[in-house]
Design a protein around this ligand. Structure first.
Ligand SMILES: *[C@@H]1O[C@H](CO)[C@@H](O)[C@H](O)[C@H]1NC(C)=O
Ligand SMILES: *[C@@H]1O[C@H](CO)[C@@H](O)[C@H](O)[C@H]1NC(C)=O
Ligand SMILES: *[C@@H]1O[C@H](CO)[C@@H](O)[C@H](O)[C@H]1NC(C)=O
Ligand SMILES: *[C@@H]1O[C@H](CO)[C@@H](O)[C@H](O)[C@H]1NC(C)=O
Length: 344
């Protein structure tokens, strides 16, 4: 026991000297871990060993990270930025971290994430964004997210979540969503449906407790009966985003812009929504009207033609009748004359 303690203390005291460890950090050579936690750091140390695999920067006061902040440690697999003061992340901040598997950003002050922010992290498996101030997540955060299995976004200010984002993470195993400002209107139906499939397939999640509208406040999204979502534009949500019919998109967009209106109003909007049928009906009515008009015109023309034909026939018959009565008497030459005049 004493020997182990001695070994440990000698490792702790000798290593910083041995491998050029940053001044306020502890470096553990065998595991290539660098611990710079609780040092009151305002920025990341500049002289990190290039072979670093794990970097602990938690419990500091880092406000800002420059573009490609970790380019000196390209082998990094775990980066812990828990409990810092980051309020935004520069695009390209994680550039070059091809091997990063775990990124912990919990307990910062992030309120916004750039689309494709994690684009340069193809190996990412665990992303912790919990306990921030995020009110919106873009539809795409990273291009290849095939390896992401853990996503924690609990304790933020999210009202809704884009289904496209969830669909970009097919290997998701654990998803943490609780303690957000979930607004359980039509927009959240896609999340509900996605979660039902996710849980059915064995995925682990916590609860999505509605904060608004008032009718569903405090209720778990997964426990709201499907019937109550019937007024929502259902069909487009059952399909993959690529299969959504073109006509369905414009109907969904205007309601998105209403996300800051009161819950009650939104709930009403949810119910009083144009159904797809009237458009078809209007189309059908137009077709009927046009057909009717065309038929009417044709009928009128036929009638006119018939009247004209009958009148003409009657007049001709009358004329012929007169001529025939006369022709009964005259000679052959006059008959020839008649046929000549009728030809003229
Ligand atoms: C966060 O870090 C500060 C030091 O920057 C520390 O005083 C505080 O206890 C930490 N908070 C938690 C919850 O660990
Ligand atoms: C989050 O935002 C709210 C208001 O938008 C603010 O009161 C709160 O201090 C913020 N929290 C953090 C951790 O920045
Ligand atoms: C996912 O991880 C595997 C194994 O580490 C790796 O081979 C693959 O390239 C990763 N996926 C992407 C999109 O990088
Ligand atoms: C991030 O760090 C916090 C605090 O240490 C921890 O509770 C959490 O599990 C970590 N998240 C991940 C994904 O490792």
């Amino acid at each position: 026991m004493e020997g182990e303690l001695f070994l440990l203390s000698s490792v702790i005291f000798l290593l910083p000297v041995a491998c050029g460890c940053p001044e306020r950090c502890h470096c553990h050579s065998p595991s290539n871990a660098v611990d710079c936690s609780r040092q009151g750091l305002a920025e990341i140390p500049s002289d990190l060993p290039p072979q670093t695999l794990t970097l602990h920067l938690q419990d500091n006061q880092i406000h800002q990270l420059p573009t490609a902040a970790f380019k000196s440690v390209p082998q990094l697999t775990t980066l812990n930025l828990y409990n810092n003061s980051l309020s935004n992340l520069t695009p390209g901040v994680f550039h070059g971290l091809q091997h990063l598997r775990v990124l912990n950003l919990t307990q910062n002050s992030l309120h916004f994430l750039e689309s494709r922010l994690f684009h340069s992290l193809p190996q990412l498996r665990e992303l912790d964004l919990s306990s921030n101030n995020i009110s919106h997540l873009p539809a795409s955060l990273g291009e290849p997210w095939e390896n992401l299995t853990v996503l924690a976004i609990q304790q933020n200010r999210l009202r809704q979540l884009d289904r496209a984002l969830l669909e970009s993470m097919p290997r998701m195993k654990r998803l943490f969503l609780k303690d957000n400002l979930w607004k359980c209107n039509c927009h959240l139906l896609s999340l509900k449906l996605w979660l039902e499939t996710f849980v059915y397939k064995g995925g682990i999640t916590d609860s999505v407790i509605c904060v608004s509208p008032d009718t569903w406040k405090g209720k778990d999204l997964l426990e709201i009966p499907h019937e109550l979502y019937h007024p929502c534009p259902f069909p487009s949500l059952h399909l993959q985003s690529s299969q959504v019919p073109q006509g369905a998109a414009p109907r969904a967009v205007p309601r998105l812009s209403n996300s800051h209106s009161t819950g009650e109003r939104d709930h009403r909007e949810c119910e009083v929504k144009p159904k797809p049928r009237p458009a078809n009906l209007r189309h059908a009515v137009a077709t009927t009207v046009i057909t009717g008009v065309v038929c009417g015109v044709v009928c009128l023309m036929m009638l006119a033609a018939a009247i004209y034909g009958c009148t003409y026939a009657a007049i001709t018959a009358q004329y012929h009748g007169g001529r025939l009565a006369q022709a009964n008497k005259p000679t052959k030459t006059e008959g020839k004359e008649l046929s000549d005049s009728s030809l003229a």
